[in-house]
Design a protein around this ligand. Structure first.
Ligand SMILES: Cc1ncc(COP(=O)(O)O)c(C=O)c1O
Length: 472
């Protein structure tokens, strides 16, 4: 496709430089497959359709901003991870995005489910998920959370502190049950990722340190407790991980702990959970490895380390979140303002303001996450222009897509789609600036299903006794 030159101030000046990893596309209309859900394409008239639904038709019915999840894409990823890890257990990490429909899909595809709060556990139970397939996380679980976990019969509580072991023992005695637990350990491994989302180094809030000996002490305490059934050990080393190196070190240190436990007690530790964090492509430069490659790498690591410590291989589980729901989700926004901003050195940056922002996707503002974007409501013959997609909030850091080439003729009213938006965006949404949270729509075979409806001003104002029920 040829590009016509777009006249105007943007092109009169020098455009702001693109980051080194971002190359100008030959055709700004092409959708890079690894970024988009499997059933996303551009129709012959240029409109993007997802799972048989044109985004223009969708927003006519539900408005913008809106998050969509390509259900078949999600299910296919769930099946693929389950098949690749055959014989291991795959827990979907619900924190990435959870609602009753997604919990149901997870169960129907034969996966287990991780939750980490009273709210997430309640969603899972209301969805009818078998409690035995649920794992309960949290570094500061309340008595209410632990009580619901124990009375509903969740399959495992992943224990994070000595205080928690005490609380579980008290509650289990009161309820006359035995609590099935795993001990969360920190292996000292920091995954190759942004520091703020790496969770396995020792100086952080999660887990018991292996290095300090706290992990073995916690395991021994659970092992000797009448009220606790110690199932195994859990390690999670970070997020957006693209190779197996970090898992190898974490598995070695954890399995050494298994060997120490076995030596101390004469008993084997039955289960090992290697956590989640498997990376996805948010931009063209991201090159995640696929489920099969990750599975064969992790299997070999566990086999090799078990042989090294002369251990019976434990039953292993993993907890992917974003790898399942991230690529299945797309955010759709409407462009409101297009503003060339003079950078003072003769260069100009084009700011595209859309009708969402950091309240529906905090990741770029929180830890500099990068995303991609495309014009969704039409194709364009215009030249690509380096652009920054920003939101409606009163923060200069309210950036959704820091750098992307978008058509030079982008204008108010256009729709923009942000792929790979299914994980940790709507699930981390806030009401900053009293902006209601967008809906989540499931799409399949051209049909839509409301997974979460749009929040209304009345929903929010109902919390404010001075505003509830009054007219503006
Ligand atoms: C304990 C645990 N397991 C699994 C995950 C899922 O990570 P991801 O969505 O990157 O796979 C997280 C994410 O923070 C986590 O903390």
């Amino acid at each position: 496709m040829s590009h016509m030159h777009v006249a105007g101030s943007i092109h009169a000046d020098v455009a702001a430089p693109a980051p080194v990893w971002l190359t100008e596309p030959e055709d700004v209309n092409v959708l890079t497959p690894k970024l988009w859900s499997a059933n996303t394409r551009r129709d012959s008239d240029g409109v993007i359709s997802i799972a048989g639904m044109r985004v223009t038709d969708l927003v006519e019915q539900v408005g913008t901003p809106v998050y969509v999840i390509d259900e078949d894409d999600f299910r296919a990823r769930a099946r693929r991870w389950r098949a690749a890890f055959e014989g291991w257990r795959v827990f979907y990490a619900g924190k990435a995005f959870l609602c009753t429909a997604v919990a149901r899909w997870v169960a129907e595809e034969g996966l287990s489910l991780d939750v980490c709060s009273l709210g997430e556990l309640t969603v899972a139970l209301r969805a009818g998920v078998d409690p035995a397939t649920i794992g309960m996380h949290g570094n500061n679980k309340s008595m209410d959370e632990l009580r619901l976990a124990l009375t509903s019969g969740v399959g495992r509580i992943i224990v994070d502190s000595s205080d928690e072991i005490g609380r579980i023992e008290t509650l289990a005695a009161e309820l006359n049950v035995t609590a099935k637990v795993m001990i969360r350990v920190t292996t000292g491994v920091e995954a190759h990722t942004h520091d703020y989302i790496a969770t396995a180094h020792d100086d952080q809030k999660f887990g018991f340190s292996i290095t300090s000996g706290a992990a073995l002490v916690a395991m021994m305490r659970c092992y000797h407790s009448d009220r606790v059934d110690l199932l195994g050990v859990h390690s999670h080393i970070g997020s957006q991980i693209f190779d197996t190196d970090g898992f190898e070190v974490a598995a070695r240190r954890t399995l050494k702990l298994f060997a120490q436990f076995q030596e101390a007690t004469g008993s084997t530790m039955p289960e090992l959970d290697l956590g989640g964090g498997f990376g996805i492509a948010y931009t063209k430069e991201d090159t995640p490895i696929d489920a099969e490659e990750m599975a064969s790498g992790l299997r070999e690591i566990v086999r090799h380390e078990c042989a090294g410590f002369d251990l019976e291989p434990p039953r292993v589980s993993i907890e992917p979140g974003r790898a399942l729901v991230g690529p299945a989700g797309t955010a759709i926004y409407r462009v409101g303002t297009v503003k060339p901003v003079d950078l003072g050195n003769g260069a100009t940056r084009r700011y595209i303001s859309v009708d969402g922002g950091m309240s529906d996707n905090i990741r770029p503002a929180l830890y500099g996450a990068e995303y991609s974007a495309a014009l969704a409501s039409r194709a364009s013959e215009a030249e690509p222009v380096l652009s920054r997609v920003v939101g409606v909030h009163c923060e200069a850091g309210d950036i959704l897509v820091r750098d992307e080439f978008l058509p030079g003729d982008l204008h108010p009213g256009d729709l923009i789609a942000v792929p790979a938006s299914g994980a940790y965006s709507r699930s981390m949404a806030s009401n900053y600036n009293h902006v209601p949270r967008p809906p989540v729509i499931g799409l399949r075979d051209g049909q839509m299903e409301t997974l979460l409806r749009r929040e209304t001003l009345d929903d929010m104002l109902a919390l404010d006794p001075g505003a509830a029920g009054k007219q503006a």
